[in-house]
Each structure stands twice: as structure tokens, then as C-alpha cells.
Design a protein around this ligand. Structure first.
Ligand code: ASP
Length: 413
């Protein structure tokens, strides 16, 4: 069977998996918890590969650039892309939540501080910065803290490029390991249809089936709609437009080639767990230069979160509206900046955005108990925003691949 034929079969399988998972979870509710293990196996397989993938691909990416100054320039353009697109998404969110006013509802209750946030009431951006440099690299690996691993790999790869001939065997070791890991990712993807079925059916089962989900959704319908419309505007108009303007690529075929990654993002609610699949789709299907994707994507999976930033801004203003607190223009400007920072600080794991939202709420003195108001529906919105996060990373990889630092051939050491 040809490679493209088998990947089409997997794609069809994924659609069947999502539809069947959605139907079974909706109709059979809690009994679907029995198939959750299928999703967990898929998720574990992806998680198993993340640490070696990040280390090998970042080191290979940096050494492929060949010159540490190129890394600096590429790095700064990457961060610029991340900040700009995140900023645009927050503006979309702020405009929509002010227009739709989802929080102005009769009898909006007062929230209660969710369990998830107990002990994290004082969470700040300093905590994010502190987490960048691990005191123990192996502990960072076992706890899957991705940013410290990225920092270490960047340093290690950068230093290797300064060592000349004798670094060659080490560089080759990481390059070949990277290839081997990508092959494993390819194999794991064959399991995606079944894994995605298990994840979707299991999650709907865990929330009590379709009826229960519908009830939750209808209570917070206007708020959920505001977030989803914002995500759609950003994902369907803004990002494809940027992709087209900077790369002249056809956004529809680029999107089509990303479907496996986007559906994995939706079903796992984790940009980090999706990273192996994102890399496979960006490199192997969209044929983006590995020089760009190998570090734009790992970095993006943890710091570039357009969807999360948009959601944090909408959620914070929704909470203010529900508590009857008026936010003036300067408050909203503060929310713009803190939502951007909070999204950068959020890890690429499920519901990380809920935790970093404390930064946004505290910056304008909103009660953090307000998070209790949006908790019931968060698992669903998390999936939607994670999909946009991953889409934003993928578009970023194609755009950065067009920069002259990447396009110029390198004299690899
Ligand atoms: N789950 C999101 C992600 O992994 C982060 C969040 O917004 O909670 O991208």
C-alpha cells in the first residue's frame, strides 16, 4: 500500500473514530468509561515519545542551522510571530466579549474556588520564569516540564555548533535518533482512530453523556459561543490569511494535511501530547523544512497559545460581567497584556489555562472564585482552544520556514 493511501485510510479512520466516539459517549454516557483505556493507551504512547522527541529534534534543529547567530535571528522572528498572533487573538476575544456580553445574565451566581486551584491562588509570572531553569534535568524529564528541556537542548545544540569536527558524531547521533523517533510517531498514528474513539467516548462518558453535556452547555451557552466564535475567526480567517500572505501556500490544503494533528489536539486537549503528531504532519505532509519545524513546534507547543490567550481574556471579562464589576478601557488593556503572558505561561496540558488565569484575574482585582463559574464547561472549551493552539504552531512553522535564515543553505559542521 502506498504511503498516501495508508494515510488516507488513517484519516478516514479518525473521522469514524470521532463520530463513533461522539455518538457512543452521547448515547451511552457513563458506560463508555469502559473504553477510556483505548484513549489512555494512545495518550501514553504519545507522552512516551515527547521527551526524546523534544531533545533530539531541538538539538538537530539547532545544529542544522549551523551558526548560532542564525539561531538568534530565527528565534527572535519566531517569538515575534508568537506574540503578534497571540495579541491578535486576544483582541478578537476582547471585542467579542464586549459585544456579546455573555456574563450579563439574570441570577449569575457567585463562584467557588475549584479544587484545581487550591494552593495556587498566588500563582504569578515569576513562577513561570523560575520554572525555566530546572535544578535537576532528569526531574524535569520525569515531570514532563517541557520548557526547561527546550532551554537545555537549545544550549546543548548551540554549544555543539562551536566545537567543530569532534562534535560531529554527537550531532549525527541526535540526527539519527530524531529520524528513528519520527518513525515511531508514524507507527503510533496508525492507532489514532481507535485512540481518538476512546478519548472522545470516554470523556463524554465521564461527564455523564449527551444530556448532561447539553445541560452544562446550555447554562453557559452564550459564554461558550463567544469563545468558539472567537476561535473560529482566528482559526479560519486570521491564521490562514497570514499563512497565505507570508508563504503563498494554499491554506485549505495545508489545513487538510494537518487534520490528524488537529483531531488529536481536540481529543487529547494537550498541545504537548499532540506535538509528535504535529511534527509528523508539518514535516512529512506539509513538507515544511525540518530546520524550522524542529524548534518552532516544540517551543510553540508550550509558549504559543493563541486559543488559550483568547479564552483567558473572554473568561476574565465574562467573570467581571457576571459579578457586576465594571472594567474600563485601561483594565481591558491590562487584560490584553496579562492574557498574552498567561497563555505563554500555560503548559501544553489539559486545563493549564484555568490555572494561569489567576494571573489575569489578579491583575485587575477580579475574584478568582469566578473561575468556578466556568469550570463545568471548561473541558470542552479546552479541546477547542487546544486545536487552535496547535493550528497556530503549524502555521508558524511554515511562516518561519520562509525566513532567509532558514532558506539559506547551511554548511553543517
Ligand atoms: N490544553 C491547552 C493546551 O494544551 C492549554 C490550556 O489552554 O489549558 O494547549
Amino acid at each position: 500500500m502506498t504511503k498516501s493511501k495508508s494515510s488516507q485510510i488513517v484519516l478516514i479512520g479518525i473521522f469514524i473514530g470521532i463520530l463513533a466516539g461522539g455518538f457512543c459517549g452521547w448515547a451511552f454516557g457513563e458506560s463508555m468509561l469502559s473504553v477510556k483505556f483505548l484513549g489512555d493507551i494512545f495518550l501514553n504512547a504519545l507522552r512516551m515519545i515527547i521527551v526524546p522527541l523534544i531533545i533530539c529534534s531541538m538539538i538537530t534543529g539547532v545544529t542544522n542551522l549551523g551558526d548560532i547567530r542564525r539561531l538568534g535571528k530565527t528565534g527572535y522572528k519566531t517569538i515575534l510571530y508568537y506574540m503578534a498572533t497571540t495579541g491578535i487573538s486576544v483582541v478578537i476575544g476582547i471585542i467579542l466579549v464586549n459585544l456579546i456580553q455573555p456574563g450579563i445574565i439574570e441570577g449569575a451566581g457567585k463562584g467557588v474556588l475549584p479544587e484545581l486551584l487550591k494552593g495556587k491562588e498566588e500563582f504569578s509570572f515569576i513562577d513561570v520564569l523560575m520554572g525555566l531553569i530546572p535544578s535537576n534535568l532528569f526531574k524535569a524529564m520525569t515531570e514532563m516540564q517541557i520548557l526547561p528541556l527546550i532551554i537545555f537542548s537549545l544550549l546543548f545544540g548551540g554549544v555543539l555548533t562551536t566545537l567543530g569536527e569532534k562534535a560531529k558524531p554527537v550531532i549525527n547521533f541526535f540526527a539519527v535518533s530524531n529520524e528513528a523517533i519520527m518513525k515511531i510517531v508514524h507507527l503510533i498514528i496508525y492507532f489514532a482512530p481507535v485512540g481518538i474513539f476512546g478519548l472522545v467516548a470516554g470523556k463524554l462518558g465521564a461527564v455523564g453523556g449527551g444530556q448532561a453535556f447539553y445541560l452544562e452547555l446550555s447554562k453557559l451557552g452564550k459564554y461558550a459561543l463567544t469563545v468558539i466564535v472567537g476561535l473560529l475567526i482566528h482559526g479560519i480567517f486570521v491564521l490562514p490569511l497570514l499563512l497565505f500572505v507570508f508563504t503563498k501556500r494554499n491554506p485549505i490544503s495545508y489545513l487538510y494535511n494537518m487534520i490528524t494533528a488537529l483531531t488529536t489536539a481536540f481529543s487529547t486537549a494537550s498541545s504537548s501530547a499532540t506535538l509528535p503528531v504535529t511534527m509528523e504532519c508539518v514535516e512529512k505532509k506539509n513538507l515544511v523544512s525540518q530546520k524550522a519545524s524542529s524548534f518552532v513546534l516544540p517551543l510553540g507547543a508550550t509558549i504559543n497559545m493563541d486559543g488559550t490567550a483568547l479564552y483567558e481574556a473572554v473568561a476574565a471579562i465574562f467573570i467581571a460581567q457576571s459579578f457586576g464589576i465594571h472594567l474600563n478601557f485601561s483594565h481591558q488593556v491590562i487584560i490584553f497584556f496579562t492574557a498574552t503572558l498567561a497563555a505563554i505561561g500555560a503548559a501544553g496540558i489539559p486545563e493549564a489555562g484555568l490555572v494561569t488565569m489567576v494571573i489575569v484575574l489578579q491583575s485587575v482585582n477580579l475574584p478568582i472564585e469566578g473561575i468556578g463559574l466556568i469550570l463545568t464547561i471548561d473541558w470542552f472549551l479546552d479541546r477547542c482552544r487546544t486545536t487552535v493552539n496547535v493550528w497556530g504552531d503549524s502555521v508558524g512553522a511554515a511562516i518561519i520556514a520562509k525566513t532567509k535564515e532558514i532558506e539559506k543553505p547551511t554548511n553543517r559542521i
